[in-house]
Design a protein around this ligand. Structure first.
Ligand SMILES: Cc1cc2nc3c(=O)[nH]c(=O)nc-3n(C[C@H](O)[C@H](O)[C@H](O)COP(=O)(O)O)c2cc1C
Length: 334
Protein backbone atom coordinates (compact mmCIF):
# COMPACT_ATOMS: atom_id res chain seq x y z
CA UNK A 1 0.00 0.00 0.00
CA UNK A 2 1.04 3.60 -0.62
CA UNK A 3 2.97 5.46 2.10
CA UNK A 4 3.59 9.21 2.33
CA UNK A 5 7.26 8.36 3.03
CA UNK A 6 7.75 7.09 -0.50
CA UNK A 7 7.25 10.56 -2.06
CA UNK A 8 10.50 12.10 -3.31
CA UNK A 9 8.96 15.47 -2.38
CA UNK A 10 6.39 15.67 0.43
CA UNK A 11 3.94 17.75 -1.60
CA UNK A 12 0.42 16.89 -2.70
CA UNK A 13 -1.09 18.80 -5.62
CA UNK A 14 -4.55 19.33 -4.12
CA UNK A 15 -7.58 17.83 -5.80
CA UNK A 16 -9.34 20.79 -7.44
CA UNK A 17 -12.80 20.07 -8.80
CA UNK A 18 -14.40 22.19 -11.49
CA UNK A 19 -11.81 21.48 -14.17
CA UNK A 20 -8.47 22.46 -12.57
CA UNK A 21 -7.20 18.96 -11.66
CA UNK A 22 -6.95 17.33 -15.07
CA UNK A 23 -4.88 14.15 -15.62
CA UNK A 24 -1.98 16.25 -17.01
CA UNK A 25 -1.66 18.07 -13.66
CA UNK A 26 -1.73 14.78 -11.75
CA UNK A 27 0.93 13.23 -14.00
CA UNK A 28 3.12 16.35 -13.79
CA UNK A 29 2.92 16.34 -9.97
CA UNK A 30 4.01 12.70 -9.89
CA UNK A 31 6.82 13.31 -12.40
CA UNK A 32 8.07 16.13 -10.17
CA UNK A 33 8.23 13.79 -7.17
CA UNK A 34 4.96 14.74 -5.45
CA UNK A 35 1.49 13.21 -5.35
CA UNK A 36 -1.21 14.32 -7.77
CA UNK A 37 -4.95 14.06 -7.20
CA UNK A 38 -7.91 13.70 -9.52
CA UNK A 39 -11.02 15.54 -8.31
CA UNK A 40 -14.10 13.32 -8.59
CA UNK A 41 -16.48 16.02 -7.33
CA UNK A 42 -19.25 17.01 -9.82
CA UNK A 43 -18.05 14.29 -12.26
CA UNK A 44 -19.85 11.16 -13.45
CA UNK A 45 -18.49 7.77 -12.40
CA UNK A 46 -17.47 7.08 -16.01
CA UNK A 47 -15.52 10.34 -16.27
CA UNK A 48 -13.68 9.59 -13.01
CA UNK A 49 -12.73 6.11 -14.23
CA UNK A 50 -11.65 7.45 -17.63
CA UNK A 51 -9.40 10.07 -16.00
CA UNK A 52 -7.88 7.47 -13.65
CA UNK A 53 -7.22 5.25 -16.65
CA UNK A 54 -5.43 8.10 -18.45
CA UNK A 55 -3.18 8.71 -15.44
CA UNK A 56 -2.40 4.98 -15.11
CA UNK A 57 -1.50 4.71 -18.80
CA UNK A 58 0.87 7.70 -18.62
CA UNK A 59 2.57 7.11 -15.29
CA UNK A 60 3.48 4.20 -13.06
CA UNK A 61 3.57 6.50 -10.03
CA UNK A 62 0.96 6.60 -7.27
CA UNK A 63 -1.89 9.11 -7.53
CA UNK A 64 -5.13 9.86 -5.70
CA UNK A 65 -8.83 10.40 -6.31
CA UNK A 66 -10.79 12.82 -4.10
CA UNK A 67 -14.44 12.19 -3.24
CA UNK A 68 -17.14 14.57 -1.94
CA UNK A 69 -19.03 13.05 1.01
CA UNK A 70 -22.78 13.70 0.76
CA UNK A 71 -24.33 15.57 3.69
CA UNK A 72 -27.85 16.13 4.99
CA UNK A 73 -30.39 16.91 2.24
CA UNK A 74 -30.49 20.58 1.26
CA UNK A 75 -33.52 22.73 2.13
CA UNK A 76 -34.88 23.17 -1.39
CA UNK A 77 -37.34 25.92 -0.34
CA UNK A 78 -34.49 28.10 0.91
CA UNK A 79 -32.59 27.34 -2.30
CA UNK A 80 -35.64 28.30 -4.41
CA UNK A 81 -35.81 31.65 -2.60
CA UNK A 82 -32.15 32.21 -3.55
CA UNK A 83 -33.05 31.28 -7.13
CA UNK A 84 -35.50 34.21 -7.07
CA UNK A 85 -32.69 36.52 -5.95
CA UNK A 86 -30.59 35.41 -8.95
CA UNK A 87 -33.40 35.76 -11.51
CA UNK A 88 -32.48 39.30 -12.64
CA UNK A 89 -28.86 38.36 -13.20
CA UNK A 90 -29.95 35.25 -15.13
CA UNK A 91 -32.00 37.46 -17.50
CA UNK A 92 -29.02 39.82 -17.92
CA UNK A 93 -26.72 36.92 -18.84
CA UNK A 94 -29.40 35.16 -20.94
CA UNK A 95 -29.30 31.89 -19.02
CA UNK A 96 -31.96 29.61 -17.54
CA UNK A 97 -31.57 28.69 -13.86
CA UNK A 98 -32.38 25.06 -12.96
CA UNK A 99 -34.80 24.11 -10.18
CA UNK A 100 -32.65 22.91 -7.26
CA UNK A 101 -32.63 19.13 -6.73
CA UNK A 102 -31.17 16.55 -4.34
CA UNK A 103 -27.73 15.28 -5.37
CA UNK A 104 -25.30 13.04 -3.46
CA UNK A 105 -22.56 13.35 -6.12
CA UNK A 106 -22.98 9.58 -6.76
CA UNK A 107 -20.79 8.90 -3.73
CA UNK A 108 -21.77 5.23 -3.30
CA UNK A 109 -21.35 4.49 -7.00
CA UNK A 110 -17.93 6.18 -7.03
CA UNK A 111 -16.79 4.11 -4.03
CA UNK A 112 -18.03 0.90 -5.65
CA UNK A 113 -16.23 1.78 -8.91
CA UNK A 114 -12.99 2.45 -7.00
CA UNK A 115 -13.28 -0.89 -5.18
CA UNK A 116 -13.56 -2.61 -8.58
CA UNK A 117 -10.74 -0.60 -10.17
CA UNK A 118 -8.64 0.50 -7.18
CA UNK A 119 -6.38 3.55 -7.15
CA UNK A 120 -3.39 3.99 -4.79
CA UNK A 121 -4.91 6.80 -2.70
CA UNK A 122 -8.44 8.11 -2.01
CA UNK A 123 -9.22 11.25 -0.02
CA UNK A 124 -12.54 12.56 1.26
CA UNK A 125 -13.82 16.07 1.86
CA UNK A 126 -17.09 17.42 3.37
CA UNK A 127 -17.12 14.44 5.78
CA UNK A 128 -15.58 11.06 6.44
CA UNK A 129 -17.27 7.73 5.72
CA UNK A 130 -17.72 5.07 8.39
CA UNK A 131 -15.33 2.25 9.25
CA UNK A 132 -17.02 -0.22 6.89
CA UNK A 133 -16.33 1.94 3.83
CA UNK A 134 -12.75 2.64 4.91
CA UNK A 135 -12.20 -1.11 5.45
CA UNK A 136 -13.34 -1.84 1.89
CA UNK A 137 -10.80 0.65 0.53
CA UNK A 138 -8.06 -0.97 2.64
CA UNK A 139 -9.03 -4.40 1.31
CA UNK A 140 -8.70 -2.94 -2.19
CA UNK A 141 -5.16 -1.81 -1.30
CA UNK A 142 -6.07 1.90 -1.20
CA UNK A 143 -4.54 4.39 1.27
CA UNK A 144 -7.30 6.68 2.65
CA UNK A 145 -7.09 10.32 3.72
CA UNK A 146 -9.82 12.44 5.39
CA UNK A 147 -9.90 16.24 5.22
CA UNK A 148 -10.58 17.79 8.65
CA UNK A 149 -11.02 21.38 9.83
CA UNK A 150 -11.35 20.82 13.61
CA UNK A 151 -10.18 18.56 16.43
CA UNK A 152 -13.64 16.92 16.62
CA UNK A 153 -13.54 16.04 12.93
CA UNK A 154 -9.99 14.70 13.35
CA UNK A 155 -11.15 12.42 16.19
CA UNK A 156 -14.11 11.19 14.13
CA UNK A 157 -11.94 10.47 11.09
CA UNK A 158 -9.32 8.71 13.21
CA UNK A 159 -12.06 6.47 14.67
CA UNK A 160 -13.21 5.52 11.17
CA UNK A 161 -9.75 4.07 10.47
CA UNK A 162 -8.34 6.35 7.74
CA UNK A 163 -4.57 6.28 7.15
CA UNK A 164 -3.85 10.05 7.27
CA UNK A 165 -5.52 13.44 7.70
CA UNK A 166 -5.41 16.59 5.60
CA UNK A 167 -5.66 19.35 8.20
CA UNK A 168 -7.19 22.27 6.33
CA UNK A 169 -6.91 25.75 7.82
CA UNK A 170 -9.20 28.72 7.07
CA UNK A 171 -6.51 30.21 4.79
CA UNK A 172 -7.25 27.53 2.16
CA UNK A 173 -8.55 28.31 -1.30
CA UNK A 174 -11.78 26.68 -2.44
CA UNK A 175 -14.28 24.94 -0.17
CA UNK A 176 -13.73 24.33 3.51
CA UNK A 177 -13.96 20.60 4.11
CA UNK A 178 -16.10 21.10 7.24
CA UNK A 179 -18.29 18.01 7.76
CA UNK A 180 -21.54 19.88 8.53
CA UNK A 181 -22.41 22.22 5.65
CA UNK A 182 -24.64 24.28 7.95
CA UNK A 183 -21.95 24.82 10.61
CA UNK A 184 -19.72 27.89 10.63
CA UNK A 185 -16.23 26.52 9.83
CA UNK A 186 -13.61 27.03 12.55
CA UNK A 187 -11.43 30.13 12.23
CA UNK A 188 -8.36 28.87 14.15
CA UNK A 189 -5.33 29.50 11.89
CA UNK A 190 -3.58 26.49 10.33
CA UNK A 191 -0.56 26.45 12.67
CA UNK A 192 -2.72 26.45 15.82
CA UNK A 193 -5.12 23.90 14.33
CA UNK A 194 -2.19 21.59 13.50
CA UNK A 195 -0.97 21.71 17.09
CA UNK A 196 -4.44 20.94 18.43
CA UNK A 197 -5.01 18.06 15.99
CA UNK A 198 -1.50 16.65 16.67
CA UNK A 199 -2.48 16.31 20.33
CA UNK A 200 -5.65 14.42 19.40
CA UNK A 201 -4.41 11.77 16.92
CA UNK A 202 -1.31 9.75 16.03
CA UNK A 203 -2.12 9.65 12.30
CA UNK A 204 0.27 11.23 9.77
CA UNK A 205 -0.84 14.82 9.11
CA UNK A 206 -0.86 16.80 5.86
CA UNK A 207 -1.04 20.58 6.21
CA UNK A 208 -3.25 22.59 3.81
CA UNK A 209 -4.17 26.25 3.55
CA UNK A 210 -2.31 29.39 2.59
CA UNK A 211 1.07 27.71 2.04
CA UNK A 212 2.50 29.74 -0.83
CA UNK A 213 6.14 30.40 -0.01
CA UNK A 214 9.22 28.22 0.49
CA UNK A 215 9.56 29.45 4.08
CA UNK A 216 5.91 28.70 4.99
CA UNK A 217 6.22 25.21 3.49
CA UNK A 218 9.54 24.50 5.24
CA UNK A 219 8.03 25.64 8.54
CA UNK A 220 4.97 23.39 8.10
CA UNK A 221 7.14 20.39 7.14
CA UNK A 222 8.86 20.55 10.53
CA UNK A 223 5.67 19.12 12.09
CA UNK A 224 3.76 17.30 9.33
CA UNK A 225 4.39 14.45 6.88
CA UNK A 226 3.45 16.48 3.79
CA UNK A 227 1.78 19.66 2.59
CA UNK A 228 -1.20 19.91 0.22
CA UNK A 229 -1.08 22.93 -2.09
CA UNK A 230 -3.98 24.12 -4.20
CA UNK A 231 -3.67 27.78 -5.13
CA UNK A 232 0.04 27.32 -5.91
CA UNK A 233 -0.95 25.05 -8.85
CA UNK A 234 -4.03 26.86 -10.17
CA UNK A 235 -1.98 28.69 -12.82
CA UNK A 236 0.36 25.77 -13.55
CA UNK A 237 0.88 25.11 -17.26
CA UNK A 238 -0.55 21.59 -16.86
CA UNK A 239 -3.71 22.64 -14.95
CA UNK A 240 -7.13 22.77 -16.61
CA UNK A 241 -7.97 26.18 -15.08
CA UNK A 242 -10.16 28.57 -17.09
CA UNK A 243 -8.43 31.61 -18.66
CA UNK A 244 -10.60 34.01 -16.63
CA UNK A 245 -9.50 32.39 -13.35
CA UNK A 246 -5.82 32.39 -14.38
CA UNK A 247 -5.94 36.09 -15.35
CA UNK A 248 -7.73 37.11 -12.15
CA UNK A 249 -4.95 35.69 -9.97
CA UNK A 250 -2.59 38.33 -11.39
CA UNK A 251 -5.13 41.15 -11.82
CA UNK A 252 -4.36 44.06 -9.45
CA UNK A 253 -8.12 44.86 -9.36
CA UNK A 254 -8.55 41.95 -6.89
CA UNK A 255 -7.14 43.02 -3.56
CA UNK A 256 -8.33 40.33 -1.14
CA UNK A 257 -9.88 36.91 -0.75
CA UNK A 258 -13.16 36.33 1.10
CA UNK A 259 -15.03 33.40 2.62
CA UNK A 260 -18.46 33.07 1.04
CA UNK A 261 -21.44 30.75 0.60
CA UNK A 262 -22.61 32.75 -2.46
CA UNK A 263 -21.53 30.26 -5.14
CA UNK A 264 -22.40 26.85 -3.70
CA UNK A 265 -24.02 27.20 -0.27
CA UNK A 266 -20.86 25.85 1.39
CA UNK A 267 -18.22 28.18 2.79
CA UNK A 268 -15.34 28.64 0.35
CA UNK A 269 -12.50 31.12 -0.14
CA UNK A 270 -12.25 33.05 -3.39
CA UNK A 271 -10.97 36.36 -4.73
CA UNK A 272 -13.55 38.90 -3.58
CA UNK A 273 -15.67 40.02 -6.55
CA UNK A 274 -19.06 41.63 -7.24
CA UNK A 275 -20.98 38.34 -7.01
CA UNK A 276 -19.70 37.69 -3.49
CA UNK A 277 -20.56 41.23 -2.38
CA UNK A 278 -24.05 41.14 -3.88
CA UNK A 279 -25.18 37.61 -2.99
CA UNK A 280 -22.88 36.36 -0.21
CA UNK A 281 -24.53 38.10 2.75
CA UNK A 282 -27.85 36.23 2.44
CA UNK A 283 -26.85 33.02 0.66
CA UNK A 284 -28.46 30.11 2.56
CA UNK A 285 -26.20 27.18 3.59
CA UNK A 286 -27.86 24.81 1.11
CA UNK A 287 -25.16 22.79 -0.64
CA UNK A 288 -25.15 21.50 -3.34
CA UNK A 289 -28.42 23.20 -4.33
CA UNK A 290 -26.82 26.65 -4.64
CA UNK A 291 -23.99 25.19 -6.69
CA UNK A 292 -26.55 23.90 -9.18
CA UNK A 293 -28.28 27.29 -9.32
CA UNK A 294 -25.17 29.38 -9.90
CA UNK A 295 -23.64 26.92 -12.40
CA UNK A 296 -25.14 28.45 -15.58
CA UNK A 297 -24.30 31.99 -14.39
CA UNK A 298 -20.67 31.06 -13.65
CA UNK A 299 -20.33 29.23 -16.96
CA UNK A 300 -21.73 32.11 -19.02
CA UNK A 301 -19.54 34.62 -17.18
CA UNK A 302 -16.42 32.50 -17.66
CA UNK A 303 -17.15 32.21 -21.38
CA UNK A 304 -17.50 35.97 -21.75
CA UNK A 305 -14.45 36.60 -19.55
CA UNK A 306 -16.43 38.38 -16.79
CA UNK A 307 -14.41 37.67 -13.63
CA UNK A 308 -16.98 39.42 -11.39
CA UNK A 309 -19.44 36.49 -11.60
CA UNK A 310 -16.99 33.56 -11.60
CA UNK A 311 -15.93 31.59 -8.49
CA UNK A 312 -12.27 32.61 -8.41
CA UNK A 313 -11.18 30.07 -5.78
CA UNK A 314 -7.96 31.22 -4.14
CA UNK A 315 -6.25 30.90 -0.77
CA UNK A 316 -4.82 33.75 1.26
CA UNK A 317 -1.39 33.30 -0.37
CA UNK A 318 -2.77 33.82 -3.90
CA UNK A 319 -0.35 36.65 -4.66
CA UNK A 320 2.53 34.15 -4.76
CA UNK A 321 0.86 31.99 -7.46
CA UNK A 322 3.34 31.31 -10.26
CA UNK A 323 2.62 30.93 -13.98
CA UNK A 324 4.96 28.01 -14.72
CA UNK A 325 5.21 24.26 -15.07
CA UNK A 326 4.50 22.11 -12.00
CA UNK A 327 8.19 21.12 -11.89
CA UNK A 328 9.34 24.76 -11.84
CA UNK A 329 6.74 25.73 -9.24
CA UNK A 330 7.94 22.89 -6.99
CA UNK A 331 11.62 23.77 -7.56
CA UNK A 332 10.85 27.31 -6.41
CA UNK A 333 8.83 26.21 -3.37
CA UNK A 334 11.10 23.52 -1.94
C1 LIG B 1 -9.61 25.78 -7.32
C2 LIG B 1 -9.69 24.90 -6.10
C3 LIG B 1 -10.51 23.78 -6.11
C4 LIG B 1 -10.55 22.93 -5.00
N1 LIG B 1 -11.30 21.77 -5.07
C5 LIG B 1 -11.19 20.86 -4.07
C6 LIG B 1 -11.76 19.55 -4.22
O1 LIG B 1 -12.38 19.22 -5.23
N2 LIG B 1 -11.60 18.68 -3.19
C7 LIG B 1 -10.88 18.99 -2.05
O2 LIG B 1 -10.75 18.15 -1.17
N3 LIG B 1 -10.33 20.21 -1.91
C8 LIG B 1 -10.45 21.13 -2.88
N4 LIG B 1 -9.82 22.35 -2.74
C9 LIG B 1 -9.09 22.67 -1.48
C10 LIG B 1 -7.71 22.04 -1.50
O3 LIG B 1 -7.79 20.65 -1.29
C11 LIG B 1 -6.81 22.60 -0.38
O4 LIG B 1 -7.38 22.39 0.87
C12 LIG B 1 -6.50 24.07 -0.55
O5 LIG B 1 -6.26 24.40 -1.89
C13 LIG B 1 -5.28 24.43 0.28
O6 LIG B 1 -5.13 25.81 0.38
P1 LIG B 1 -4.32 26.70 -0.69
O7 LIG B 1 -5.24 26.83 -1.85
O8 LIG B 1 -4.12 27.98 0.02
O9 LIG B 1 -3.06 25.96 -1.03
C14 LIG B 1 -9.78 23.23 -3.83
C15 LIG B 1 -8.97 24.37 -3.83
C16 LIG B 1 -8.91 25.21 -4.94
C17 LIG B 1 -8.00 26.40 -4.89
Amino acid sequence: MFSLNELRRPVIAAPMAGGVSVPELVIAAADAGGLGFLAAGYKSVDDVLAQAHRVRMASGDPFGVNLFMPGAPANLDAASAYRGRLAGLAVELGVELPEPYEDDDAFDAKCAALWDAPVPVVSFTFGCPGADVIRRFRQAGTFTIATVTSVDEAAQATASGVDALVVQGPEAGGHRGTFDAHATPPTQPLDALLLAVRAATDLPLIAAGGLGTASAIAEALRTVAAVQLGTAFVDADEAGTSPVHRRALHDPRFIETALTRAFSGRVARALRNDFIDAYGPDAPPEYPALNQLTGPLRKAAAQSGDAEIVALWAGTSWRTTQTASVATILDNLL
